[in-house]
Write a protein that binds this ligand. Structure first.
Ligand SMILES: Cc1ncc(C[n+]2csc(CCOP(=O)(O)OP(=O)(O)O)c2C)c(N)n1
Ligand code: SF4
Ligand SMILES: [Mg+2]
Length: 282
């Protein structure tokens, strides 16, 4: 079994929920490796933010994109080489603010990639500004008097955009994260996981979450209406209980399959054609 630890020095703060995500993705990938997944064909794509450093800490192929653009890069990699297993790690600022349009279109297109959002509900790397999932009244660097915006519910957005796999995890629950990561990577289509990842430094929500989270049981993940009901139970703002687990999954054709009548983008003939076209400009 391959070690997935990379030698880079870890600079996350003590107590950061990102450690749990890192600790869960490694065994999830190793379990899939034992079932036949070639780890040399796994590509991790990250954004810019504290979450993005996970690309440095994982011993697989990786690509740092820019803030908000994890999904276009991950989509491009998958379309260019559909044999790859592409896993995006994004931040809530990254994916629900600047990158929100890409989230909607990834769900709409059903690209066969996995997206794990480290939703700490704050801009961590830039030291504590509010994000689209910060609750009403959140006091941060850019909102000292409290934000007057209500939060988005990203799961509801992805569900209504046509998402085929939606789940929620919590950074204080590694076993569930491992299960969800494995299920998401195996899913054929766009697999979306919103992980409540606690930022210990700028928005420490451990107590709040610990009092409210519960794992979904007897939930029919094939039912759109059952998923919507559970997703709406907690709106990222209220004092309601917070469901964790797989909310919804369905089988749909993937974006790449819709192009199967075209020749693969990666082929010796195509590479030669691209090369001679480029050389004709010199
Ligand atoms: C295009 C672009 N916009 C904005 C920034 C500035 N920026 C870098 S990280 C960041 C916030 C990161 O927050 P989030 O995505 O929630 O990640 P976290 O640090 O919380 O993991 C911002 C606004 C940038 N580097 N590039
Ligand atoms: S600032 Fe927050 S999200 Fe960033 S490493 Fe520290 S605890 Fe983690
Ligand atoms: Mg964040």
């Amino acid at each position: 079994m391959r070690s997935l630890s990379a030698p880079a020095k870890n600079t996350w703060c003590p107590g950061c929920g990102n450690f749990a995500i890192l600790s869960a993705i490694k065994p999830a990938l190793n379990a899939l490796e034992e079932e036949g997944l070639d780890l040399d064909r796994v590509v991790v794509v990250s954004g810019i933010g504290c979450h993005a450093k996970i690309a440095d800490y994982l011993n697989v192929n990786s690509f740092y994109s820019i803030h908000g653009r994890v999904l276009p890069v991950a989509t491009g990699i998958k379309l260019a080489n559909p044999d790859l297993t592409v896993i995006g790690f994004a931040g809530d600022g990254d994916c629900y603010a600047e990158g929100l349009d890409h989230l909607i279109f990834a769900a709409k297109r059903n690209v066969d990639i996995t997206l794990i959002v480290h939703n700490n509900r704050v801009y961590g790397l830039t030291t504590g500004q509010y994000t689209p999932t910060s609750p009403y009244g959140f006091k941060g660097r850019s909102t000292p008097g409290g934000t007057v915006e209500r939060p988005l519910n990203p799961l509801e957005i992805v569900l209504s955009s046509g998402g085929s796999f939606l789940g929620r995890g919590y950074s204080h629950g590694i076993e569930l994260l491992k299960t969800l990561f494995r299920q998401a990577i195996l899913h054929k289509g766009f697999a979306f996981l919103d992980v409540l990842q606690v930022c210990a430094t700028f928005y420490n929500m451990y107590n709040y979450y610990n009092q409210r989270v519960y794992e979904l049981k007897d939930h029919d993940a094939s039912s759109y209406s059952a998923a919507l009901k559970k997703i709406r139970e907690w709106d990222y703002n209220s004092e309601a209980q917070i469901a964790l687990g797989l909310f919804y999954q369905r089988v749909l054709p993937t974006y790449e399959q819709s192009f199967s009548h075209l020749s693969p983008l990666v082929s010796p003939e195509r590479e030669e054609a691209i090369r001679s076209t480029l050389e004709s400009y010199i």
